[in-house]
Design a binder for this molecule. Structure first.
Ligand code: NAP
Length: 313
């Protein structure tokens, strides 16, 4: 048995954290009065770090843990983990794929429908008594529109299937062609956005996708276009998006993710053509429970010298 004190970078889903702390010696970095002193005290023994997709871990922190062998991430997106550094040092990284796919895809559709049919606006319209004075203005519709998906992986494909059942046509952009995929592939994001009525980002974050939904792509989507982001704030040019939503050159947006969460630009908060969520794609009890199960299984596999369950390649 390969026991090691575990460094926990950020709070986890409650039951997962309780299970982890009941089985291992866990040190909570965010509660340490002196993080540097905690890291120094763990330098000789810590072989496992558990973190979240949002928190990740940088190279400077890992450099202070020379015995580190495993970073187990609660989340599928590992863009906040310095993967290049892990690769060089031979540190294994695990994540929590598949178990959250349907949940995140559901939220993408919820955001899309809420944006197109202006559901938060309608809700306020009723609560504020405006209905008593007259009907709510009519909205756009989803059926028959063209949906472009940036990143046709597990979540992107689940979104595409759901969108099809709403009578939309699907196109997609990804770096590699996918033989066997029936939906139209586009050579770049701007081309996809020009064709689409709705653009949904479902790709990973990180350097390769930084601002991949550019100002040009948002302008190509246009005044009637709808942008949905359940990927990462970094994948879109947020400043351009805010400006174009404000001046009517981009129609509307449904956003679960942002640069610098939990800070959301004040301008977005004041906009009626935007539906906002606080990064809730996988945020349900059943899905967080499953994500936690995978984290615990990966840590247990490492402890017992068995193959990791969901290692990031
Ligand atoms: P996945 O199965 O690995 O899919 C990612 C897809 O993105 C793959 O199809 C990949 O292409 C494609 N891709 C890679 N680089 C790209 C690029 N430069 N441009 C466009 N597409 C690119 O991962 P997943 O499970 O679907 O998760 C996708 C992402 O969703 C995560 O990384 C995370 O950032 C985000 N997410 C958000 C939430 C939330 O709460 N909002 C929750 C979970 C995940 P190939 O197939 O060719 O490799």
């Amino acid at each position: 048995m390969n026991q090691s004190p575990i460094l926990l970078m950020a709070p986890l889903y409650g039951p997962t954290q309780q299970a982890l702390e009941s089985r291992y010696t866990v040190h909570r970095l965010w509660e340490a009065p002196d993080a540097g002193a905690l890291l120094a005290s763990l330098a000789d023994g810590c072989r496992v770090v558990v973190t979240t997709g949002g928190k990740g871990i940088d190279a400077a922190t890992m450099a202070k843990l020379p015995k580190l062998e495993l970073v187990a991430c609660f989340g599928v997106g590992v863009d906040a983990i310095d993967l290049e550094y892990c690769r060089k040092r031979g540190i294994a990284v695990t994540n929590t794929p598949d178990v959250l796919t349907d949940e995140v895809a559901d939220l993408a559709l919820a955001l899309l429908l809420a944006t197109v049919r202006r559901i938060p606006y309608g809700d306020r319209f009723v609560r504020e008594g405006k209905w008593l004075k007259g009907g709510m203005p009519l909205t756009q519709s989803l059926g028959g529109r063209k949906v472009g998906i940036v990143g046709l992986g597990r979540i992107g494909s689940a979104i595409a299937k759901r969108c099809e059942s709403f009578g939309t046509t699907i196109g997609w952009y990804g770096p590699r062609p996918k033989p066997g995929v029936k939906w139209q592939h586009f050579g770049d994001v701007v081309e996809l956005a020009r064709w689409a009525d709705v653009l949904i980002a479902a790709c990973p974050g990180g350097p390769a996708t930084h601002r991949i939904v550019s100002r040009a792509a948002l302008e190509a989507l246009g005044p009637d276009g709808i942008f949905v982001n359940i990927a990462r704030g970094s994948v879109v040019d947020q400043d351009a998006m805010v400006e174009l939503l404000g001046n009517g050159k981009l129609g509307s947006a449904g956003l679960d993710v942002f640069d610098d969460e939990p800070n959301v630009p004040q301008a977005l908060i004041g906009m009626e053509n935007v539906v906002l969520q606080p990064h809730m794609g996988s945020g349900t009890h059943p899905t967080r429970t499953e994500m936690g199960r995978l984290v615990l299984e990966n840590v247990a596999a490492w402890t017992e010298g068995k193959p990791l369950v969901t290692q990031v390649s």
